[in-house]
Write a protein that binds this ligand. Structure first.
Ligand code: ACO
Length: 322
């Protein structure tokens, strides 16, 4: 039986930090409101000339270094992003070029905040069916580019960053299961209603922004993530309490706490970065994983549940032995 196993992690954040106090100068908000309603204290924002691929590259290099692999060892590159550098080539191909990797399949995955979970699920299927042996899986975003900095309902939430893992074929587990879902009927609750083939004028004018009915998204997110926890545990015949670490998408501390309660996990067993990173969309789960691996909390052999929910709506989970 072939499994896929994470052998290295990496992360990268842009240098500029935007605090809640900074946001108080930009919109009608307060540090207290943002902390209480979201758990966010600060987030990192890419410099004007810094692209998604600029963030992805150091994260990928760190993951490859941690795994002890070089450019010739990678035979699949997946980049989960909603904010690609260009219409094409894909950010995965741009990253491939930067890393001096040539010939292997490379493509982007667009599932907004669930993008990394989707990418990990796809890479796992490639590896288990013999289509690849060593994949570089990245979540990278410059979401600040599609945020309306005059809309206090959204601009306080998001940040930029990148996280990456190397996923390798292995005889020992590995990813135990992945669960990927979407339901497009919720489009109106969370979207950027502009793109290349619709409302291109907004894109050209730099007015393609996240629109979100936050309160309604919140309720669906909490219920849906509760269900994905049940689905994941049932698929692996596990009980609540068998999971060592929850590594959730970092959208809102209250959503994270609700999922932890569902799992009967104390918050000490939950990796939280939303306070320092905000919501970095597809980058949030691999960034959180990298933080917890590097500070020694997450250890080899432990059982990790990763989950995410985002625009689409999309949602999903990955259960793995680290
Ligand atoms: N500062 C101060 N007040 C604010 C702010 C702000 N930044 N934003 C909203 N408010 C006000 C509202 O105007 C409202 O005022 P009113 O009662 O006078 O009308 C009040 O605060 C409450 O607003 P709600 O939207 O009900 O606040 P809520 O407690 O729901 O928190 C939040 C809002 C943080 C956005 C929350 O709903 C949330 O986290 N939603 C889910 C986000 C999410 O998970 N998205 C999915 C991933 S993102 C992606 O895929 C791109």
């Amino acid at each position: 039986m072939i499994y896929s196993r994470i052998t290295g992690t990496g992360g990268h954040l842009p240098e500029k930090v935007l605090t809640n106090r900074d946001l108080e100068q930009m919109v009608e908000t307060s540090d207290q409101w943002i902390r209480e309603r979201t758990g966010i204290a600060e987030r990192h924002i890419a410099a004007p000339d810094e692209t998604t691929c600029d963030l992805a590259e150091p994260a990928a290099r760190r993951a490859m270094e941690a795994a002890g692999v070089g450019p010739d060892d990678i035979d699949l590159i997946l980049v989960a992003t909603t904010t690609p550098d260009q219409v094409f080539p894909s950010t995965a191909c741009l990253l491939q070029q930067r890393l001096d990797i040539h010939g292997c399949a490379a493509f982007d995955i667009q599932a907004v905040c669930t993008g990394f979970i989707y990418a990990l699920g796809v890479a796992d299927r490639f590896i288990r069916t013999g289509g690849a042996r060593r994949a570089l899986v990245v979540g990278a975003e410059t979401l600040s580019r599609i945020v309306d900095w005059t809309d206090r309902g959204t601009c306080v939430l998001f940040g930029d960053g990148a996280g990456a893992v190397v996923l390798e074929a292995s005889e020992t587990p590995g990813i135990l299961s992945s669960h990927l879902h979407a339901d497009g009927r919720y489009e109106q609750l969370l979207r950027v209603p502009a793109g290349v083939s619709s409302h291109y004028d907004r894109l050209r004018a730099g007015e393609a922004f996240v629109q979100m009915k936050g309160n309604e998204v919140f309720k669906v997110a909490v219920n849906t993530l509760g269900r994905i926890v049940d689905e994941t545990l049932a698929a692996n015949a596990l009980e609540k309490g068998d999971v060592d670490w929850l590594i959730p998408h970092q959208a809102n501390i209250r959503i994270i706490q609700a999922t932890a309660r569902k799992l009967k996990l104390s918050m000490e067993r939950v990796v939280v970065t939303v306070d320092r990173h905000g919501n970095t969309s597809a980058a949030s789960v691999p960034l959180a994983l990298d933080v917890a691996v590097r500070d020694g909390r997450v250890r080899r052999g432990e059982t990790l549940l990763m989950e995410a929910f985002g625009g689409g709506f999309t949602w999903g989970s990955v259960l793995l032995k680290f």
